[in-house]
Design a protein around this ligand. Structure first.
Ligand code: PEP
Ligand code: MN
Length: 281
């Protein structure tokens, strides 16, 4: 490793040497970072009981293990739907009771951490907050697993240092998520940086998942990039699914319909097999 380009920053806790065998996190019985690929799926935003339950049942039937859904939404425009907030968290918990699926949802603000912790199984830190150090410190103080998304303009060094902040506060349950970075390319929403998968796996011991929905911005690009992510060694995927994407209150253009998601899960099983990883059915 010495001959490779290395950062000047020192990573004490998240670097691969700290745990050469790699981290496997147990989230309500779901092992993340182990021999099985874990698919987390669901709507960008929680919109209603019917929307969430229908989607949850569909993704579960297809083999997804964790339900995603935003209750606090970080929207570029202040005029866009901002999420159902606590009402959305309550719907997530009701659907978890109904289906047994653990839930991942975003926390945007230090003042919401306690509240979101009461409802979520995994706290999501969004791309826009990857370097919100106060928020990283706050989630570092709680004991819930954290899904830390890569900042849209963050280098791998900056990204790993953000994970280090959470660890340094005592929370060693961090999942990394490559979700695309900003480049000169405008035909896609972001450029999904699959380089990050083997790089993060080599440099750190944390589970690495990929979000091809935000990484591309186009629903029809999600299946090929999801397959590529599994082939590149990802431990899991985060995929947006909506039963009526045209009516979605956020990110409809990149959301798969349940039938397309079901088809993708079948394809992922074949790719997983080729790289020695299973996917639950
Ligand atoms: C999301 O997962 O819906 C989201 C807002 O993601 P990101 O922070 O990666 O943009
Ligand atoms: Mn989204």
């Amino acid at each position: 490793m010495k001959s490779e380009k290395q950062t000047n920053f020192s990573l004490e806790l998240v670097n691969r040497e700290a745990k050469p065998e790699g981290t496997v996190l147990n989230v309500e019985g779901v092992q993340i970072g182990g021999p099985e690929i874990v698919v987390m799926a669901g709507p960008c935003a929680v919109e209603s009981w019917e929307q969430l339950l229908t989607t949850a049942e569909a993704i579960q039937a297809a083999g997804a293990r964790i339900l995603r859904g935003g209750a606090f939404k970080p929207r570029s425009s202040p005029y866009s739907f901002q999420g159902l907030k606590e009402e959305g968290l309550k719907l997530l918990v009701r659907v978890r009771k109904e289906t047994g699926l653990p839930v991942v949802t975003e926390v945007m603000d230090t003042r919401q951490v306690e509240l979101v912790c009461e409802y979520a199984d995994i706290l999501q830190i969004g791309s826009r907050n990857m370097q919100n150090f106060a928020l990283l410190n706050e989630v570092g103080l709680c004991r819930k697993p954290v899904l830390l998304k890569r900042g849209m303009s963050a280098t791998i060094d900056e990204y790993l240092l953000a994970a280090e902040y959470i660890f340094k506060q005592g929370n060693d349950k961090v999942i990394l998520c490559e979700r695309g970075i900003r480049t000169f390319e405008t035909s896609t929403r972001n450029t999904l940086d699959l380089n990050a998968v083997p790089m993060l796996k080599r440099r750190s011991h944390l589970p690495v998942i990929v979000d091809p929905s935000h990484g591309t911005g186009h629903w029809w690009m999600v299946p090929p990039l999801a397959r590529a992510a599994v082939a590149a060694g990802a431990d899991g995927l985060l995929i947006e699914v909506h039963y009526d994407p045209q009516k979605a209150l956020s990110d409809g253009a990149q959301s798969l319909k349940p039938d397309k998601f079901g088809q993708l899960m079948k394809e992922l099983r074949a790719v997983g097999k080729a790289v020695g990883k299973g996917i639950s059915s």
